[in-house]
Design a protein around this ligand. Structure first.
Ligand SMILES: Cc1ncc(COP(=O)(O)O)c(C=O)c1O
Length: 424
């Protein structure tokens, strides 16, 4: 017979699952249930705890949000303090937290990137960048990459390079063109007369695709040559994820506009930012400061979280940790690739974002639930379902990486035993 506690846990799951099925997203709810998802109840560091109290080591990290882990005490404390004075902005008065975060970002951003427009998500940060580019250059044509991911609102979706997300919403934003990622010759053909090229330093949702060394330097040179803005979409790669403060730092280049979101407010309050050079911003909005606005963007709560998160990132040397732990994670994951060549095509990554490319999507259907069963959260990348992302918080320890690798090892063995050699 079930204890009362077990009954309560089961009924919490039933109630939440039923609500998801009826009021949120019926097919996704069923898919999540099959994948073994429980109800998340609380989280700390690299762990999420479900309704039964079971701990899950999170190697999905909110798709890159939890750079500091969950509920970093310094960020939580700062946000609690700010809640006592004011949470959202009046919008008609100056706000000290918004000002301080904009200054901190200007200090940390590469080169002379200086002016921040604040929003509440990655896709909004991208929308702002695209509008800024058209206005600043007085040109219309925008260039992005196949297999890139920039969000799902209309402008960002048009930039996103995956047909399945785009086709059903056509007509999308006109005057957009996609070029192959990592290919400077195609870019050069597309750039004459273009307002901007938007690109990720690593295509994270595209299956963790790392471009050839020097690619971003080539992008910088070509954009300068053709008078197009270079927009680096750092929503996922920014703030230490790739082992560099910004993904563009790998090639040592300064874009004209940069987006940030995900890890920016330490996984506590959503925020997005579009950071641009002053002259670029002035050409767009210098005589029309209210052309692009956001009611909630830059609110004091989110900016307080952002300031605390940037402080933790620097104080705890998380960028350096991302590089060393990322190298260890990659090395360990590559041993799995050698052990399961029937299942894994390759493992690749930079810093603490790694992708395990499977020979067939079918393997993921066994591997992901098997990982969940053994207490490890992993997920597909959004554009490439054949790739499982490994994207833990930057505070992850070696012991936690070892634990994740052990669970993955067992899951690959299970997938191989169950499915044999699948064709792609
Ligand atoms: C590079 C990049 N840009 C934009 C986005 C969209 O961010 P959001 O889901 O917060 O709108 C994402 C999300 O994964 C991303 O990885």
């Amino acid at each position: 017979m079930k204890t009362h506690e077990a009954q309560d846990q089961a009924s919490l799951f039933d109630v939440v699952y039923a609500a998801y099925k009826e009021f949120i997203n019926p097919p996704l709810a069923r898919f999540m249930k099959i994948a073994g998802s429980g109800v998340e109840v609380r989280a700390r560091g690299c762990h999420v705890y479900d309704h039964t109290g079971k701990a899950f080591l999170d190697f999905c990290g909110g798709y890159g949000v939890f750079t500091l882990g969950y509920m970093h005490p310094a960020v939580v404390e700062a946000v609690r303090g700010q809640l006592d004075s004011m949470a959202l902005s009046s919008r008609v008065m100056f706000n000290a937290q918004t000002a301080a975060l904009a200054k901190a970002l200007a200090d940390l951003a590469p080169g002379d990137l200086k002016i921040s427009f604040f929003s509440n998500s990655g896709t909004e940060a991208v929308e702002a960048a695209l509008k800024l580019a058209r206005l600043s250059t007085k040109r219309k044509h925008l260039v992005s990459t196949f297999n890139g991911y920039h969000g799902k609102t209309m402008g960002s979706l048009t930039a996103t390079g995956r047909d399945i997300f785009r086709e059903k919403f056509e007509p999308l934003v006109p005057e957009f063109e996609h070029v192959p990622y990592g290919d400077l010759e195609s870019l050069e053909r597309a750039l004459p007369g273009a307002a901007a090229f938007i690109v990720e330093p690593v295509q994270c949702e595209g299956g963790v695709v790392v471009p050839p060394d020097g690619y971003l330097r080539g992008v910088r040179e070509l954009c300068t040559k053709h008078g197009a803005l270079f927009i680096a979409d750092e929503v996922q790669t920014g703030l230490g994820r790739t082992g560099y403060l910004w993904g563009v730092d790998y090639d040592g280049v300064v874009p004209d506009v940069m987006t940030a979101a995900k890890g920016l407010s330490g996984g506590v309050v959503p925020i997005g930012a579009t950071i641009s050079k002053t002259d670029v911003w002035m050409r767009a909005f210098g005589d029309a400061p209210l052309l692009h606005t956001s009611t909630f963007g830059g609110n004091p709560l989110a900016c307080t979280a952002g300031l605390a998160a940037l402080d933790v990132l620097v104080r705890e040397h998380l960028v350096e940790k991302s590089k060393t732990q990322g190298a260890y994670l990659l090395e360990q994951a590559q041993t799995l690739a050698r052990r399961y060549p029937e299942v894994i095509v390759e493992v690749r990554g930079r810093g603490l974002v790694a992708g395990v490319e499977l020979r067939s999507e079918g393997y993921g259907g066994v591997i992901i639930p098997e990982c969940v069963k053994h207490g490890l959260l992993v997920a597909y990348t959004l554009n490439q379902q054949r790739v499982i992302r490994l994207e833990p918080p930057l505070v992850v320890t070696r012991a936690e990486i070892d634990q994740a690798i052990e669970i993955l090892d067992g899951s690959f063995a299970k997938a191989r035993a169950k499915l044999g050699a699948l064709s792609a």
